[in-house]
Design a protein around this ligand. Structure first.
Ligand SMILES: [Zn+2]
Length: 289
């Protein structure tokens, strides 16, 4: 417990601004002087240490709402050997007075969330991904020129630092968006997957070194990619998936229109599914600025 007398004693002698900052630190669980386990326990929260917010307080005003979501149909490109979405009509205006369908679908079809549980046995399933992390400033990394020449292009840590040189340090709780131009290929499954003569896949993603940099050196909520995977198509052992989701982070794959986002200054809203026990699921993603 944080004894009120401890806080009162600490506040004595501070000016009002310092006192407010100190009080905020206590609420965030980072400055409790009476508990030895403050920072560690703050992650899950208790009566003494409520969970820390996933992102700093911010206001959002938008003139533009950009849809970062592909329309999902049975023709949308999916991983090899998966069944496409099956949409079965269940009721019609003529017969029932209303319209509805039934879907049979894998969780990783179309523009979709990967919850930490997708690659981590102890990771959060989709319904447990913190809502506050799903509204995030967008850091957009443009690798379109490189991806035109090299389908295996992987975002490097140097490219992330080059973005910071132009736009400043990545905001806390941001989402880093891969803009490779790959969304333009979504109408052609072979082009989107980059399937070669031997059946291997080729499309851009993040390098493991870039993901390590974002995980260890910056405060990033999630990754967005306009390809089928946060790993490159050639990375068949999924090092970025294992690292990123294993660290409790989320990602969204197969986003559309990343090339229409400004490189900095937009906010992404990830309408992640809230299905019990889900490893992910089709997601509506919006960009606001
Ligand atoms: Zn996925």
């Amino acid at each position: 417990m944080c004894a009120p007398s401890v806080i009162a004693a600490a506040l004595a002698g501070m000016n009002r601004r310092d006192a407010l900052h100190f009080a905020a630190g206590v609420v965030a669980g980072v400055a409790c002087v009476s508990c030895s386990s403050g920072a560690a326990r703050a992650a899950s929260g208790d009566e003494c240490h409520p969970p820390a917010p996933a992102a700093p307080k911010r206001s959002i005003a938008a003139d533009t709402v950009l849809d970062l979501t592909h329309t999902l149909s049975p023709l949308f490109p999916i991983w090899p050997n998966n069944a496409p979405i099956k949409i079965t009509n269940k009721s019609t205006f003529e017969k029932n007075g209303f319209y509805s369908n039934r879907w049979e679908i894998g969780e990783h079809h179309g523009t979709h969330l990967d919850a930490p549980a997708h690659c981590s046995a102890s990771g959060a399933t989709a319904e447990k991904v913190p809502a506050a992390s799903l509204v995030a400033p967008a850091v957009v990394i443009d690798v379109r020129d490189r991806a035109k020449r090299d389908a295996d292009a992987a975002v490097t840590a140097d490219e992330l630092l080059a973005w910071e040189k132009a736009h400043g340090r990545m905001p806390k709780g941001c989402t880093v968006v891969l803009n490779s131009g790959w969304d333009a290929k979504a109408g052609d499954a072979n082009a989107f997957l980059g399937t070669d003569a031997g059946g291997a896949l080729h499309f851009p993603g993040f390098s493991k070194a870039a993901a390590e940099f974002l995980l260890n050196e910056r405060d990033v909520a999630g990754l967005l990619v306009d390809t089928l995977s946060i790993d490159t198509g050639a990375a068949t052992d999924f090092p970025v998936h294992k690292l990123w989701l294993g660290a409790g982070k989320w990602c969204v794959e197969c986003v559309a229109n990343a090339g229409k986002l400004p490189p900095a200054g937009a906010t992404v809203v990830v309408g992640a599914p809230k299905v019990e026990g889900a490893s992910g699921g089709p997601t509506r993603v919006l960009g606001l600025w």
